[in-house]
Structure formats: C-alpha cells, structure tokens
Design a protein. Structure first.
Length: 152
C-alpha cells in the first residue's frame, strides 16, 4: 500500500448571506445530502465520520471512510483534519472552508487535500493523482450545483 494525495482549491462568491451559508456548511445531514458520493456523515462532537460510496480509481473501486476533527470558527472558518487516533483508516482529508461577507453575498473558499493509501505502486502516482483529482472535481461541481438548488 502506498499513499497518494490530491488537492483541490475552489472559490466563488455566492448570492447568499453568511448566516444561510454557515447553517448549511455546519449541518452534517445537509452536507451529506448535498455532496455527491457521500453515503453518510456521522457527527460525534468535534469528530465527524465520513463514509463515501464506491469511488473508481483506475481499475479499482474504493469505499473511503475517514474521521475528521472539525473546528468551527463561527461564520468565518471551518477547519478539518484527520483524527490521528484513526490509524486504521485508509483515507484522510484535511481542509479549510473560509467564508467572507461581500456586498453581493458570501465569498466561499474551499481548500481540501485528500490522502489515501491504495494498492498501487508509487510509479503510478501521476495516474492515481489524476484520477483522484477528477473525482474531487466531480464532487465539488456536484456540491456547488446541489448547494445552489438547496438555497434557491
């Protein structure tokens, strides 16, 4: 098993006030419904367990499960890092959501890094990272569409 990482940074000003956006981004049930490939999010205090559906990476499929330690700085920032106690998990996600009020709504910036241990040789790193980036982009685009529909 080797570890592979991929990072995605996206940002957009959405036409919704910060209170409305904050309520969505801090509600595990709503995030679960809006995020493609997420089967379940189970919060337990500041630890949120994320379970994804089957995700294709090259010629294999994976069902990642990871636990994130969530930190909420009210209406400005959501940070999450892999729970170091969960050494049994093959996937980890670290990231930050930053919210900035704007006249026309809220500027939302998402910076996310996914690391996964997979049974591919290190030499396949570029292909694995490309596949991971494709999946992350699809999830991000789907989340943006679903968020827009949900808030409209």
């Amino acid at each position: 098993m080797n570890s592979f990482s991929a990072r995605n940074v996206s940002q957009e000003t959405v036409p919704y006030d910060i209170d409305t956006l904050w309520s969505v981004l801090t509600d595990a049930k709503t995030l679960q419904e809006l995020t493609p490939l997420v089967r379940r999010i189970t919060p337990d205090g500041d630890r949120w367990k994320w379970e994804l559906t089957s995700i294709p990476v090259l010629n294999q499929k994976f069902q990642p499960v990871f636990t994130a330690l969530m930190t909420f700085d009210p209406k400005t920032r959501i940070s999450y890092a892999h729970d170091p106690a969960r050494t049994d998990e093959l996937a980890a996600v670290e990231g930050i959501y930053t919210l900035t009020p704007k006249d026309e709504g809220t500027h939302l910036r998402i910076d996310i890094t996914v690391t996964a241990r997979m049974p591919f040789p290190k030499v396949m790193g570029p292909a694995v990272r490309t596949a991971m980036n494709v999946v992350m982009t699809q999830m991000g685009n789907g989340f943006a569409r679903n968020l827009e529909k949900h808030l409209r």
